[in-house]
Every structure is written in C-alpha cells, then in structure tokens.
Ligand binder design. Structure first.
Ligand SMILES: Nc1ncnc2c1ncn2[C@@H]1O[C@H](COP(=O)(O)OP(=O)(O)O)[C@@H](O)[C@H]1O
Ligand SMILES: N[C@@H](CC(=O)OP(=O)(O)O)C(=O)O
Length: 439
C-alpha cells in the first residue's frame, strides 16, 4: 500500500516514457539518424530508450556462436564481418575518427576476442548469451554517442545493472523484485536529469553473468522497464504503420487496427503475430500503461494504441505460420490416449524445448503442430517412438484467425487441404497444405 502510494507520487512528479527501437530501425547510419531525430522531438528528460542489435546482427552473432562451438574455419571471417558492419556505420556517422566511440566499440568486441581464443568448455547456452548480447551493447553505445552529438544529458546505461534474471541462459527468467527495486532506486532518479539509452534483450545473473531473455525479447525489456518505472507510456517504433490485421509480408490487403485491447494484443502475440513479443503485454497491462505502436518511417502517423479498451477487435485478424510440422501420436497397442500419455507427451515437448502451436486429441491419437527444426524433430521422434507410433507431415502451414467466420475460413483455405481444424469461440486454427494439381 505504502509502496503503491509512493509510486503514484513518483509517477505524478516524473512522468517517464519509454521508447523501444528494434533492429530494423537502426540497420544503417540513416536509421541511426532517423531514430535520433524521433528521440530529439521529445522535449526535456524522463525518456528511456531501449534499443536492439542493429539490423540482423543477432542472427550473425548466432552464426558466430555456432561456428565457434563447432570449431569451424570461418569463425574469424564471421566475426570480421560483424565488426566491419558496425565500423562502416560508425565511419559514416562520425567524421572525427578520434571520437571515443570508436575505442568503446572496439573494446566491447574484445570480449568476444577473448572468448573465442579459448576452447569452448562452458555450457553452449552460456556461451551463446556472452556472444549474442554484444549486439545490443554495441548498438546502444553507437546510438547514445550519436544522440550525444545532437543534445545534452544523454546517458548510456548498462541494462545488466537493472534487469536481474536467474541463470537460465538464452531464456532468462526475470527476478521482478530485485529488478523493480534497482530500477526505482537508481534508474528513476537518473532519468529525472537525463535521457538514457539502454539495451533490450539482455539481463544479468546474481553471479554477474550476462543472460538473454529469448529471441525478439527487446519489446519485453521495454515492458519490464515501463512496469518497474510505472511509466506514463511505452512506444515501440516499428517498420509497419501499427498493428495490422495480418502480417503485410504474407497478406496484400491489410488494415491498421487503431485501438486494441490488452487482451486481444496478448492473444495475437501468443498465436504468433510477430509485431509484438508475447511476453510484452502482461507487465504493462498489470500497471495499466498504454502501449503505442508507431512507425519509425512515418513518426507522425497515428499507429495503434493498446490499452484497457473493452471492445474487441473490429475486424478478423490472421496469423500465418509456415514451415510447420504436424505430428500425430498413437499408443502402440491402439488403446485410448489417456491423461498419463498426455503427461508423458507434454514432458517430452518441454524437455526438447518445442513450443506447441496447436493441438487436438481424439480417442486414439493426439496431434500437435509446431515450428520445424530438423534436429529437434528427430530427437523428439526418437524419444516418442519408444512408447508410441508416430506419423508426421512437414512443410505444412498453420493459420490462426481471431474473430473468424465462415467467409474468412473459406478465404484462407482456397486450394488447400485441411489437415486439422481447432475452433474456440473467438479463435480458429487450421493446419493445411497446398492441394496437389491433381486434387
Ligand atoms: N499483425 C501484424 N501487424 C503488423 N506487423 C506484423 C504483424 N504480424 C507480423 N508483423 C511483422 O512484424 C514486423 C515488425 O516486427 P519486428 O520485425 O519484430 O520489429 P523489430 O525487430 O523492429 O522490433 C513487421 O515488419 C511485420 O512483417
Ligand atoms: N536482437 C534480439 C532482440 C530483439 O528483440 O530484436 P528486435 O527488436 O530487432 O526484434 C533479436 O533479434 O532476437
């Protein structure tokens, strides 16, 4: 009660805002300039900027990790490409090559140099986090340095001093109590006098080792900071005009959703609308903080406001996932699938870190669709086959329609064979594949 009153007072006095910029927004020097000009429109302090690694650098850092762990010859070549990419951006931004940012970035990369000199004896997930986190550290340093040429009171902050996690490397679980305490004690007073640039995606264990929060986790970082600061709002700047009723990469005619409830946003993100990371909404919903999705290409355009709106989505929304596996599991003796079998099956999915996208059970089979990954699939099948008979199809698609009707189902299933269909009151999921020309 006391803490809540104190937080409300703090909020009244210092209405902080959070801006989150993803990799696409800072993929080159023009991107850094554009992002800085968006930030620069904000008057005064009390702004925290959360930034991801530049462009597709996280994928490149993943390649580097794999090459190092496998002892491949191209480790140094991949690392040089990563460094070259960042130094090209720096050279384009800063004419003064004595600017301290050049050394700062070089020193950050030295962490990787030291690591890859040694044999990879630590756990693979630990090594992954130590390498991949460098992407966010470098991008935030570059953005802060460039912003510092445009305005005063810009501070670079290490998110690892605030976001505390357990030691589940690659999927750090946030210690909310410790995180909130540090953010309120140290970050809130700093933001009163500065605007700060920090990293998405990364955290720290109690033993001071870097963790990551799961791929695409920077939106989630922005939500953690917002919730712990009791911020006035959080804005995530994207390459799209807002949340649309389908991914424009797959759908030609999309519509922007101007207002969205937290509830619908959670559902869309959960089913795979990649515009928002699924973990993002809950922390800010708990504090009733509005989430604005805006276009960094057109920063004055209206976008989408995600709030505690009571109305549901005004139009049906579609989420496509390609490259799915549909796997059906049968008891070897053709007995019924019972709770004990389900418990076995779910444990194996959990053990192999496979996220279930949809499932359906019948008397003698249980069918599940999930993202295709050859290695994980083969290991899962090997384990399941000990007790069950397995049938599976790869290369199938999953479409989820929120607020569906027959017309929308007919629209997405033209020339498709439906392999599985699951309906709840508001959501329909269909696993399907292209009809063969003879069908
Ligand atoms: N319903 C949707 N509305 C808008 N964009 C969507 C939707 N579903 C998927 N997307 C995709 O999300 C992308 C933006 O998210 P993402 O690439 O993760 O951003 P960032 O990495 O910059 O944070 C868009 O380019 C778009 O292809
Ligand atoms: N760079 C990390 C974290 C992230 O969220 O990035 P982005 O905001 O560009 O999706 C990743 O690619 O997974």
């Amino acid at each position: 009660m006391w803490a809540q009153t104190k937080m409300n007072e703090l909020n009244k006095l210092s209405p902080m805002k959070i801006y989150k910029f993803g990799g696409a927004s800072v993929k080159d020097a023009d991107g850094v300039r554009n992002v800085s000009s968006i930030i620069n429109r904000h008057k005064g302090n009390q702004l925290l900027i959360v930034v991801s690694a530049m462009g597709k650098i996280t994928n490149k850092l993943e390649d580097l990790t794999t090459a190092y762990l496998n002892g491949q010859d191209d480790v140094h070549q991949i690392f040089d490409e990563i460094k070259g990419y960042h130094f090209n951006i720096l050279n384009e931004l800063f004419t003064d090559h004595n600017h301290p940012i050049f050394n700062d970035v070089a020193n950050t990369f030295v962490e990787i140099d030291w690591l890859i000199e040694e044999e990879p004896n630590d756990s693979h997930d630990y090594i992954y986090d130590q390498i991949v986190s460098i992407g966010e550290l470098v991008s935030s340093k570059i953005l802060a340095a460039w912003l510092g040429t445009l305005r005063e009171n810009v501070k670079w902050l290490d998110a690892r001093n605030f976001i505390h996690t357990d030691n589940t490397y690659r999927e750090g679980l946030v210690n909310w109590e410790k995180t909130e305490a540090d953010i309120q004690k140290t970050l809130a007073p700093l933001l009163a006098k500065n605007i700060a640039v920090t990293q998405g995606f990364i955290g720290n264990t109690s033993e001071n080792f870097t963790t990551t929060l799961g791929r695409e986790g920077s939106d989630y970082s922005a939500a953690i900071f917002s919730a712990c600061l009791n911020a006035q709002s959080v804005t995530i700047w994207k390459d799209v005009p807002g949340v649309l009723n389908a991914d424009p990469k797959w759908f030609d005619e999309t519509e922007r959703i101007p207002q969205l409830s937290y509830h619908d946003a959670i559902e869309l993100a959960y089913y795979g609308a990649t515009v928002i990371h699924p973990k993002t909404i809950k922390p800010i919903q708990n504090k009733n903080i509005p989430l604005y999705v805006r276009s960094f290409v057109n920063p004055n355009a209206p976008g989408t406001d995600i709030t505690d709106l009571k109305d549901h989505l005004p139009i049906p929304s579609f989420i496509f996932k390609v490259n799915q596996v549909l796997l059906s599991i049968f008891p070897k003796d053709f007995s019924f699938i019972i709770e004990e079998n389900l418990s076995d099956i779910f444990s194996l999915f959990h053990e192999h870190r496979i996220k279930i996208n949809t499932m359906l059970n019948s008397a003698i089979s249980f069918s599940i669709s999930f993202d295709y990954n050859e290695k994980k699939l083969q290991k899962l099948i090997a384990d399941l086959s000990k007790h069950y008979k397995i049938k599976y199809n790869t290369d199938v698609e999953l479409v989820t329609i929120r607020y569906y009707n027959q017309e929308t189902i007919d629209r997405v299933t033209v020339n498709k064979n439906i392999l599985l269909e699951v309906k709840s009151r508001n959501t329909c999921q269909i696993v399907m594949r292209d009809k063969k020309p003879t069908e």
